[in-house]
Design a protein around this ligand. Structure first.
Ligand SMILES: Cc1cc2nc3c(=O)[nH]c(=O)nc-3n(C[C@H](O)[C@H](O)[C@H](O)COP(=O)(O)OP(=O)(O)OC[C@H]3O[C@@H](n4cnc5c(N)ncnc54)[C@H](O)[C@@H]3O)c2cc1C
Length: 437
């Protein structure tokens, strides 16, 4: 009997862990192909530390080809899914196009930044979901310090040193706090600048930040950030940011040179170009067995989904609810999906996915953090230590664990590396100048 052709679209948490589990459980009975735009899985919880220089950005990603022997990896963008004819269209960044066939598909496309039609946002803002964005943010912040230190123009200096983050959820708060911590640490190398020159502004529409951690921890974090001199505007919207001229709904107007958009995520827009049944917010509808279903709950044969792009019932809640987008659910759902798919192929019964969210740990800079795990609330250094220990246990592969430990240990003895590599974004410049002269 020939092996069942499994196509996994998306090579993040769900893609990686589903492929590994399936390979283990179904062995030679499956022929797996995984498609992702990037050749690596991004361990997103480490992006704030990568942006802050505590972790080498390369170590926050897991190379797919290296970790998935026996799995075909195709680097390209999925542009449409036609499940009726079991076909997926893929386009590479270099103009190649493929149509892939399959027997079973796993939808693991994750989410994208949820933006709004705010004037200037698409041209001026940057997201915070991928390693390239973390690298850019780090180089950008350090580069702005260097430029500000050398200008005599006070208005330009103010603009260069004003950093705006929109969205006070979990990822936004971590990125905001870690980046400020790095900028403050870097000031020691710029005697021309003072801590008062730095302006870090967070804009949040809701009356509190960190809603994922509850009121008490959100209030603690707000206080901690404000004590550090960071500005947090609650119940405030970004109205415009054309060319860095920031206008807020509370009447504040100022110039900034950096705007990071961390105001939530929405399911991959590719799903809208598919014939799969979608829920009201654009997620693929799933049963607790992680099979795709229609609105009435009838299973769509041959289609599975999990993670940020899927609407998975949360069976731990008394009222009907769906699992929140989180790495915790994505990893567990992926392992569950891999096992269920292997059982399905072997004709065995499927099990329902049920996992109670254990809580969250967040880093707010070196030695600072906040945690709420199974009702245990921690602040400051203990929370930060728990954050590091937890993520060390979670980042896939011994290889990545070892590299991150080396990064942390080196930073402990020699301080983190705060060199600005802004020129990395224009690598041909020096050569072109030489050629032109
Ligand atoms: C900064 C940050 C910090 C976070 N910290 C935490 C945390 O501490 N704890 C926690 O539980 N959660 C955290 N999360 C959330 C967590 O990372 C996500 O919930 C998790 O990554 C979801 O996994 P996924 O596999 O569904 O999606 P992803 O891991 O995002 O994977 C989706 C994959 O699909 C690929 N892809 C997308 N579109 C296409 C396409 N058209 N064609 C081909 N490939 C495509 C992407 O390149 C990506 O590799 C954090 C998120 C961010 C951004």
């Amino acid at each position: 009997m020939s092996a069942t052709k499994i196509l996994i679209v998306g090579g993040g948490y769900v893609g990686l862990y589903t492929a590994l589990t399936l390979k283990k459980k179904a062995g030679n009975h499956v022929d797996i192909t995984i498609v992702d735009r990037r050749p690596y899985m991004t361990y997103q919880p480490f992006l704030p530390e990568a942006a802050a220089g505590s972790i080498e950005p390369r170590h926050a990603v897991v190379p797919l080809r290296r970790e998935m022997s026996g799995v075909r990896v195709l680097q390209g963008k999925v542009t449409s899914i036609r499940h009726g004819s079991r076909e997926v269209d893929v386009a590479s960044d270099f103009g190649d196009e493929w149509t892939l066939g399959y027997d079973e598909i796993v939808i693991a496309l994750g989410s994208v930044a949820r933006t709004l039609p705010i004037p200037g946002l698409a041209e001026f803002g940057i997201g915070f979901k991928y390693v390239e964005e973390a690298i850019n943010l780090r180089n950008r912040v350090l580069g702005r310090l260097a430029r500000a230190a050398s200008t005599q123009d006070p208005l330009l200096r103010r603009r260069l040193l004003t950093f705006v983050f929109v969205g006070g959820g979990f990822a936004g708060v971590e990125a905001f706090a870690e980046t400020e911590d790095m900028a403050r640490a870097a000031l020691r190398y710029y005697p021309e600048l003072t801590p008062e020159d730095l302006r870090f502004v967070m804009v949040e529409m809701m009356p509190r930040i960190l809603p994922e951690m509850g009121e008490e921890m959100g209030d603690y974090t707000l206080k901690e950030l404000r004590e550090r001199g960071m500005e947090v505007f609650l119940e405030t919207k970004l109205e415009s940011c054309v060319d860095g001229h920031i206008e807020l709904s509370n009447g504040e107007k100022f110039e900034a040179d950096t705007l990071v958009w961390t105001a939530g995520v929405k399911p991959s827009p590719v799903l809208a170009a598919s014939d799969l049944p979608l829920g009201p917010k654009g997620h693929v509808i799933c049963s607790p067995t992680l099979q795709v279903t229609d609105e009435e709950g009838t299973v769509v044969e041959g289609a599975w989904a999990a993670g940020d792009c899927a609407q998975v019932p949360d069976l731990t809640k008394e009222q009907p609810a769906y699992c929140a987008p989180s790495a915790q659910h994505a990893v567990r759902q992926a392992r569950h999906l891999g096992k269920n798919l292997a059982d399905h192929l072997a004709g065995r019964a499927l099990a329902d996915y049920k996992h109670k969210h254990l809580g969250l740990v967040a880093s707010l800079g070196l030695n600072k953090g906040v945690a709420d795990v199974m009702g245990v609330k921690l602040r400051g250094w203990p929370a930060w230590f728990m954050h590091r220990t937890y993520h060390m246990s979670q980042i896939p592969t011994v290889n990545r664990k070892a590299r991150v430990i080396v990064d942390w240990t080196t930073a402990l003895f020699f301080r983190r590396d705060l060199v600005s590599m802004g020129r990395i974004h224009e690598p041909r410049r020096a050569f072109k100048e030489a050629a032109d002269s």
